[in-house]
Design a protein around this ligand. Structure first.
Ligand code: GLU
Length: 454
C-alpha cells in the first residue's frame, strides 16, 4: 500500500478486506457486521500509517487467538440427560488477560460470541485498564428452568471451563442470562475443583469478593456517557425524555440514573413487548421492575397491571416520542426503518447500552441525520470497567467503598468520552463511532506491534 492512500483506494481496500472476512467466516453475519463497523473507521485512519498494513494488524485482530467449544451435559428435574454447547472465545490478549462476559441464551452461537469478543477487545482497551477481550456462553435457555436446573447447568459448564481460565489468563463475568446467581454457582464450582480462592470471575456477590457498584455500572455508565455527549454539544440531559429498551440490569439502572440526573425515562421492554409511562417511571416503579425481572423472573406486561399510569404494547418502543434512545436489550434491536422513525420523531441522541443494538443501516442513518450516536463499546464500557476494578481489588485482597467506586466509574466514563472526542472530533460535531474505534484500536495495535509477528 502506498504511503498516503486516496479515499477511493481506502474504500477498495476496505471492500477487499471485508470480502476476505466474509469468506473466512461463512454463516457468521453478526461477526462480519462487527468487523465492518470497526474496519470502516480504521481503514481511513491508517491510510497514511503503513506500519499497520505491513504488519497485517487488522487481519490479525479479526482472528480470535483461540475458540474453545465444548459439551455441557446436565440433568433436568425429571432425571433426563440434556446436552448444550458451551464456548469461550479468547479473542485478544495483547493488553491483558482475556476479559468478557458469559451469555446463556438459545440464540448463542459462534458468530454471536465472536462478534461480542471482538467488540470487547476495543471496549476493554477504551477503559484504560489492562484487559484483553473475550466472551463465552452457551445455547442454554434459562427461561422456565428451576433453580436447581440452573445450578446443575452452571456447575457442568464450569467443570469444563475451569481448565481454560484463571485470574491472570481469562476472567469471565455475566451477560444476558448470567447474573449474580449464576456467577455464584460458577465461582463455587471453580473454587471446589481448583481449591483456589482467586478473582477468576467478576460480578461476584459482596460476600465473596464482588465489587460495590458492579451491578449498577453498565446502566449508570451509559447515562453518564449520554450526559457527557449532550454536554459536549452544549445541551443537558435534564428534562429529556429517554426511550429505554430491555428491563434487566442494564435497563433498570439506566432508568434509575436518568431519574437521578433529572431526565424522564418513559419506556422499558422485554421480548413480549414494551411498557410506556409518559410521565416517567418513578423510583418505586423502577424498584418494582427490578424485583419483577430479578428474583420473580416475570414478564414486563405485569407492570401495566400493577400501575395505572403504565401501558403495555406489543413490539419495540422506538415509535414512542422521545429526545434520546438508550437501547439496553440485545444486538440488532433497532433496524434502519426504526431509526428513520426515531429521526422523524426528533430524537437527538442515541446511546447504545446493549452490545451492537443498532443494525448498520440504523447507525448510518443516525450519523447521516447528525443524531449524536454513542456506540456500545464506549457507552457500555462502565460495566467491564468496574469488573476491571473488581480484579484489582481481588488481587490486592481489599474492598473499596461505594463513594470511591462511583467516582472511579464517573471519571472513567468521562475519560472514555474524551478519548472519543480526541479521535472523532472535527471541531463541530463529534463522530463517536470513529472516535471510539480508533481510540480502542491504537492501544491494542501498538501492543501487537511491540510483540512482533505473534
Ligand atoms: N458482559 C459485559 C459486557 O458486555 C460485562 C463484561 C465483564 O464485566 O467482563 O461488557
Amino acid at each position: 500500500m502506498s504511503k498516503i492512500s486516496t479515499p477511493q483506494k481506502t474504500q477498495e481496500y476496505l471492500h477487499r478486506y471485508m470480502e476476505g472476512t466474509q469468506k473466512r467466516n461463512p454463516g457468521q453475519p453478526e461477526f462480519c457486521q462487527a468487523v465492518y463497523e470497526v474496519a470502516s473507521s480504521i481503514f481511513p485512519y491508517i491510510a497514511d500509517k503503513p506500519i499497520y498494513h505491513e504488519n497485517q494488524i487488522l487481519e490479525r485482530m479479526a482472528e480470535p487467538e483461540r475458540v474453545l467449544s465444548f459439551r455441557v451435559p446436565w440433568t433436568d428435574d425429571d432425571g433426563r440427560i440434556r446436552t448444550n454447547r458451551g464456548w469461550r472465545v479468547q479473542f485478544n490478549s495483547a493488553i491483558g488477560p482475556y476479559k468478557g462476559g458469559i451469555r446463556f441464551h438459545p440464540s448463542v452461537n459462534e458468530s454471536i460470541l465472536k462478534f461480542l469478543g471482538f467488540e470487547q477487545t476495543f471496549k476493554n482497551s477504551l477503559t484504560g485498564l489492562p484487559m484483553g477481550g473475550g466472551k463465552g456462553g452457551a445455547n442454554f435457555n434459562p427461561k422456565g428452568k428451576s433453580h436447581n436446573e440452573v445450578m446443575r447447568f452452571c456447575q457442568s459448564f464450569m467443570t469444563e471451563l475451569y481448565r481454560h481460565i484463571g485470574e491472570d489468563t481469562d476472567v469471565p463475568a455475566g451477560d444476558i442470562g448470567v447474573g449474580g446467581r449464576e456467577i455464584g454457582f460458577m465461582f463455587g464450582q471453580y473454587k471446589r475443583i481448583t481449591n483456589r480462592f482467586v478473582g477468576v470471575l467478576t460480578g461476584k456477590g459482596m460476600e465473596f469478593g464482588g465489587s460495590k457498584m458492579r451491578t449498577e455500572a453498565t446502566g449508570y455508565g451509559a447515562i453518564f456517557f449520554l450526559r457527557n455527549m449532550l454536554a459536549q454539544h452544549k445541551d443537558s440531559i435534564e428534562g429529556k425524555k429517554v426511550l429505554i429498551s430491555g428491563a434487566g440490569n442494564v435497563a433498570t439502572h439506566a432508568a434509575e440514573k436518568c431519574l437521578q440526573l433529572g431526565a424522564i425515562p418513559v419506556t422499558m421492554s422485554d421480548s413480549g413487548g414494551f411498557i410506556n409511562c409518559p410521565d416517567g417511571f418513578t423510583q418505586e416503579q423502577i424498584d418494582w421492575i427490578k424485583e419483577l425481572k430479578g428474583a420473580r423472573r416475570g414478564r414486563i406486561s405485569e407492570a401495566a397491571d400493577e400501575f395505572n399510569n403504565i401501558t403495555f404494547h406489543e413490539g419495540r418502543p422506538w415509535g414512542v416520542d422521545g429526545d434520546c434512545a438508550v437501547p439496553s436489550a440485545t444486538q440488532n434491536e433497532i433496524s434502519a426503518k426504526e431509526a428513520a422513525t426515531l429521526i422523524k420523531n426528533g430524537v437527538m441522541a442515541v446511546a447504545e447500552a446493549a452490545n451492537m443494538p443498532c443494525e448498520q443501516g440504523a447507525v448510518d442513518a443516525f450519523i447521516e441525520a447528525d443524531v449524536l450516536f454513542g456506540p456500545a463499546k464506549a457507552v457500555n464500557a462502565g460495566g467491564v470497567g468496574v469488573s476491571g476494578l473488581e480484579m484489582s481489588q481481588n488481587s490486592a485482597r481489599i474492598a473499596w467503598g461505594e463513594d470511591q467506586l462511583r467516582k472511579l466509574l464517573e471519571d472513567m466514563m468521562r475519560d472514555i468520552h474524551d478519548s472519543c472526542v480526541q479521535y472523532g472530533g472535527d471541531g463541530k460535531q463529534v463522530n463517536y463511532l470513529q472516535g471510539s474505534n480508533i481510540a480502542g484500536f491504537v492501544k491494542v495495535a501498538d501492543a501487537m506491534l511491540s510483540y512482533g509477528h505473534v
